[in-house]
Ligand binder design. Structure first.
Ligand code: ZN
Ligand code: ZN
Length: 122
């Protein structure tokens, strides 16, 4: 992991239901909380240990659930990851910085992923 993949600042916005991370390189990622829960990387949510090596479905990050997910606390796991405890008590998801950075839903990252620079904006 390089130093860019470290958060400098981390904010949970309970009103907007987002998790915002400002990375050491100044990049800003804003994730919908529900999406973060959808992509919970723990064995239970991923459907077993074998499934944990599979990449997550990025689409899941944008799925709106029929309920809201309240986050009760977020905590650091060593130097490499974020742990999240949800209001329903679920706390086994360990979100590594690399995982979160790879998931960044901002336009810039989406464009980079699509492999095409943005030429037109609507
Ligand atoms: Zn989970
Ligand atoms: Zn981004």
């Amino acid at each position: 992991m390089n130093d860019q993949e470290r958060p400098q600042d981390l904010t949970v916005n309970r009103q907007e239901e987002t998790l915002e991370i400002v990375w050491a390189d100044g990049h800003r990622s804003i994730y919908p909380l529900a999406g973060i829960r959808n992509v919970c990387p723990c064995a239970e949510c991923r459907g077993g240990h074998e499934a944990m090596s599979q990449p997550v479905e990025r689409a899941a990050l944008f799925e709106r659930p029929d309920r809201t997910w309240q986050l009760s606390s977020a905590f650091l796991v060593g130097h490499y990851a974020l742990g999240i405890e949800w209001a329903d008590g679920h706390d086994s998801g360990i979100y590594t910085w690399t995982f979160l950075r790879d998931l960044c839903p901002c336009d810039e990252c989406e464009a980079a992923r699509a492999g095409a620079p943005e030429i037109y904006s609507a």
